[in-house]
Ligand binder design. Sequence first.
Ligand SMILES: [Zn+2]
Length: 616
Amino acid sequence: MKKNTQGILVIAGVLAVLLLIVLMRDQSRTTETGETTTPDSDSVVQTTDTVLKEEEAVKLVEEPSDVRDEEPGSSEVASASPGKMRYTQYYGHPLDGPLYLSGTFGELRGNHFHAGLDIRTGGVEGKQIRSVADGYVSRIKVSTGGYGKALYIQHPNGTTSVYGHLQKFSGSIQDAVIKKQYGMKKYEFDWYVPAGKLKVTKGQIVALSGNTGGSGGPHLHFEIRDKRGRTVNPLLYGIQVKDEINPFVKSCRLYHLEAKRYEDYGIYGSKRVKENSTTEVKPGSYGVGVSWVDYFSDKLNRLGINYAELKVNGSTVFTQRIEDFTFDQGRYINMHIDYWRYSETGIRYVKMFKDRGNALHFYKGNGSIQVKPGETYSIELVATDFSGKTDKFGFTIKGSEQATALAEGGLQMAGNTKCTPGRDNHLGTTNSKITIPKGALYRTTYFSASETPSTGKAVSPMIRVKHSNAPLHKSARVSIKIPDEVKNRKSQLVMMKYNPKTRNSSYEGGTVSGSYITETTKSLGMFFLTLDTVGPKVTPLKLGKYLSFRVDDLTSEIGSYSCYVDGKWVLLEHEPKSKKIFGILPASYKTGSHDLVLKVKDNAGNETQIKKTLNL
Ligand SMILES: [Zn+2]
């Protein structure tokens, strides 16, 4: 979403975000209740996350997650600061001129950490993208989601640079792409290009920047992956960016790590603490959570923090450094942050303690603070950005038997079906079956499933699975029984997810399996079946050498499309964000009239076909 702030269509949004940033800066450290009453700018980011389903790269070499154990017995750990630079002279820059970021490496996103840098392109597309080193194209992927048009270049030192959300490729790479698309009669493809087929040199223009795929505005998504397939902060490889502004700690929370409900529900008793305040708590084990932001050159983009340390009475007891990770580790972000609070409020508090079930290697120390009766503890949180600029946030904790327990937030009892991480867990109602697979939960969690009669567009009961804001490390499976009344229209049944906060429903998917419609989901909640009987709406916008159509489906989104002119397949691009299908006719189409047929199908198989005569 950071990229959105560059889009000219979201100027109003930018102003709103700026206003919120200003409000947060003014209030966050002084207003105890600010977080519930002030719409935090993070919630703006959150909406982007859902748009931004950036691809979790496939085909990485499977390897055990890279867990570095804490040093046993040491209570004090080294301070967090950027690690050693690697190959500093090896790489050039992917864009000309000074680089400004709209997204940092390791930034917190929905279900993953951001795997690269988002580099600003001045709010426009079409900037020249250069290969950062010699090598050859190892993979080209064109997709309507994820990285959009993406280029992977393998370098002789074993690393791979990745360029995402491109508008188009350049030279022989573009020629190869067009050939591939015409060969497959398809816009989207994922091609592992044979080694050496498309060689490039350092500085060669390989593409033009764009806004394709899950991108909220024009920018370049740039990654460097090491030999083992881990993505590494490109700043460690000598990519230099403008950074003139200090990071900013917005607020801290104190967590009671022994709360009984935490064992069952993963929710801590917690309290927001003011800077320089003293908080009395019952003796026990406590941790600190922090909400922060970094700015680089202006306040347009709120960026992540890669280095932080927690000091107790002057000693560093916990650090985190986010410098590299594998793609299969991304979901652990759900343990890295206070997920419950995030799902309730949209605000991400990063835990400055290592939680159970968190296999990330970002941490040193465990961050747990043992509070004894009558003792005081001076706490200091230090956030550091890559250039070494810091912000500090300090407060004091005092142990007291008389203190009240920290509140657990508005937790509602979730249910009575015990689900555990070590096995497949099954829930269900009369008309549904839900499976939470082995490895999907971080800890034992109690769920409930219920159903209410169908209303509105629903043809099935509404299936509700609580605890819907328990994070899932793997997708769960939801199956809803096909109602008798629509048994003969199975192919048109789709599963929708209802969002009670926005009161909107979104297409989830759904395939027929026996007498059920089944789909997997990254998060539980409310699901129902509806019938999609109407094909996509297709509106011609431009009918000439340049073809453009608006395509929209009310229920199940665009599934596939094909365009033929004079009986021959023609390449058209699909951009779901703008609901457009568009392209340019090949030069072989000369002046005169030509017959065009465009077929567009939704995911329920309903097809809309339009026939037009083109007069060139
Ligand atoms: Zn990105």
